[in-house]
Design a protein. Sequence first.
Lengths: 308, 307
Amino acid sequence: MTRLAGFLVRRLAGAAIVLWAVLTLLFFLVRAVPGDPFATEKAGNPAIREVIRQQYGLDRPLPEQYIRFLGNAARLDFGPSYRYKSWSVGQILRQGFPVSAFLGFSALALATGLGVTAGALAAARRNTWIDHLTMGVVVAGICIPGFVLAPLLIILLALLLPVLPPAGWGAPSQLILPVLVLALPNLAYISRLTRAGVLEALQKDFIVTARAKGLAERQVLYGHALRNGLAPVLAFLAPATATVVTGSFVVETIFHVPGMGKYFVSSFLHADYPLAIGSIAVYSLLLVGLNVLADLAQALLDPRVNLE
Amino acid sequence: MTEARTPLQMAVRRFRKNRLAGVCLLLLALAVAASLAVPAVRQPSGAGAERIAPGAGLLPPGPGHPFGTDAIGRDLLPRVFEGLRLTFAVGISAIVLSLALGIAYGAVAGYCGGRVDSLMMRGVDVLYGLPTIAIIMLAISVFKGYGDLLFAAREGILRRENRFLWEIALIAVVLGLTSWLTIARIVRGQVLSLKEAEFVEAARAAGAGHLRILFRHIVPNLLGPVIVYATLTLPAILLFESLLSFLGLGVQEPNVSLGLLLDDGIKRIAATSLNWWLVAFPGTLLAAVLFCLNVVGDGLRDALDVR
């Protein structure tokens, strides 16, 4: 147990260093962008612009700005947005995140459930129609980008055959298309990883043992091979969850979903740097946190994992 | 008596057995040829104003314009292949840049070993923790800002062709700068084991310097995995280029990319007029190219027996 605690402490310290590096890089890169983010405003008057800069604390010396920025970031406070005047970055993200997270978790649940089942079945019945169908979906998921799939689905399922609403947020039926578009690439990776993992596990000696002692094939497959083949899926799920849960710009724009995904792009386009830094920080925090969790789960599931 | 074969001949033999990969390679060659020929044959030359036909906007596919026309009457067929040409150009430049960076970085780290190695690879670990899309957006903001300043300061070079080249170079450089991490890791791992090989010892005994040993003796021996990895990374880079143009951060009108065409197509979908061809043709072409590249990459991996 102390080894586990030490492992956890080391991984958390590593995660904190990565987060600090991300924030520092963002802080200085944003200041390297030429041009004044407030230049587009009516504040043509330099005196007025100076007042605006003072409001945002941009007149302070750089080291002071940096220290203050890190201190606030540690409390997840990224200050007021440059573009949405009366809103703080925290308020904006708190509004968008639940929407994106709900959509993302739905898509991920679908992708994981279907992907693990399909991958395990494909591995168990190699070269049957189930295997071919699964591999077909894998190829489609990897080769058809969301911004191609989404408009085609809208044309086919919302306009040509009007069975689903083309866009919007609120009704359960409006969830279906964005969830499908978000789920497909993840479904592809999860099925492929599960299939490969189970196929590899089926070669192992413990499978021979399990069969030799007379276990039913179902139990060999689901109780032994699948459990041992899921490690790569777990490793994939950590970064995938961080990406999907913080929203996708493409999906949220095309389907008019009021999530936080659109800020990843629009905040840069409008030079709204606090919002840009805030949304990236949320993503990075989730990413490193989930990676630590995945490593921990790995260590708990597999006693052979070296904790040193 | 069996003929002796070089490893390369054996790899070519194995690749030839893979029918699907062969077909896909052929299709890719056709796509490259079409992206060079179709725009030249089917499109009036000039700055672009001649292509506009106000009366012929948003025509569905039919005789004279098999892919339909866009909102201002431009024939979609040459535009789709012009977009593909740009996507290829950006993707290949980016992959060359990322290979150069990744090989140099990984080879030096692996060859030096010890503290230099762990420091360099720790840097790669930190960069891995950064969200790619955010770094790309930031890098584009920085470069674009300075580029605009440059173009504004020197009116003389603000010609359309220069602007176009600058846009392409910007995307290629940014994508190249953000995709070399995995290559560096692969190369480092290979170099770590290769530098103990006997032929390296022999080269050292013959008096070769470090740089010569590294880049003349070691690097040519790890081209197999590097080529395989490059073919499998290329689709990801092409996808990113289309995504950037789709988001309005890549090339701008009147230049064209598959992502830009898709963005335009999506904006023109309406319940009253689907305008499906604006999305279907560029989308299908993009998906087909990505599919072929993936199949060829997998085929190369099997043929060259990498992992």
